[in-house]
Ligand binder design. Structure first.
Ligand code: ADP
Length: 197
């Protein structure tokens, strides 16, 4: 199964991705996590990305597209994957389309976790206070606002993009974690797998 999780910062993509990983034999590919690892390791990409991420802006498409291209070729991604935080622009989505076509692969669904904008800031601010090892460098109010703005401008258009391809499934992200998780399994038509977990 190959999925995309779409939703603004704080929508719960990471949490739901982990649940999907546990239930289905697929890996979670989070460009945010991969970029943070690159920053921590001090690689060339990490050095380029750090200031951009701290400011809540988007890392250039060619960098993240390159990261994803390398990653989906690894053996553990063969059974399927969930893209979390990618694509984030129409350009990235088009690059992904081309990449999958080249490999003869197809997406099964794009899950949009829809959340009321008003509560996002409070959710994310709470997360900033709870993260072990201190808050993420980009979890400050200013960068968060910027990330929401960037989402609205550059990523939200992907909702229509994937709807027009017949791939979009929207779930209500305002519900509790369990309920959101159930809606996702229902949307995927794998209710039995959900009952196992
Ligand atoms: P969030 O918690 O907002 O969902 P992520 O952990 O997915 O954030 O990403 C953190 C930061 O990493 C983003 O604000 C952005 O700077 C960078 N980033 C992650 N994924 C992408 C991407 N697909 N394209 C461009 N930049 C990205």
């Amino acid at each position: 199964m190959r999925l995309i999780l779409l939703g603004p910062p704080g929508a719960g993509k990471g949490t739901q991705a982990q649940r999907l990983v546990e239930r289905h034999e697929i890996v979670q590919l989070s460009t945010g996590d991969m970029l943070r690892a690159a920053v921590a390791a001090g690689t060339e990409i990490g050095l380029k990305a750090k200031a951009i991420m701290d400011a809540g802006e988007l890392v250039p498409d060619d960098i993240v597209v390159g990261i994803i291209r390398d990653r989906i070729e690894k053996a553990d991604a063969r059974k399927g994957f969930i893209l979390d935080g990618f694509p984030r622009t129409v350009g990235q989505a088009e690059a992904l389309d081309r990449m999958l076509k080249e490999k003869g692969l197809k997406l099964d669904a794009v899950i949009e976790i829809r959340v009321d904008e008003g509560i996002l800031l409070s959710r994310i601010e709470k997360r900033a206070g709870e993260t072990p090892g201190g808050p993420r460098a980009d979890d400050n109010a200013e960068a968060l606002k910027k990330r929401l703005e960037v989402y609205k401008q550059q990523t939200a258009p992907l909702v229509d993009y994937f709807r027009s391809k017949g791939l979009l499934k929207t779930v209500d992200g305002m519900k509790g974690i369990e309920e959101v998780s159930r809606s996702i399994e229902d949307a995927l038509g794998v209710g039995n797998a959900a009952a196992k977990g």
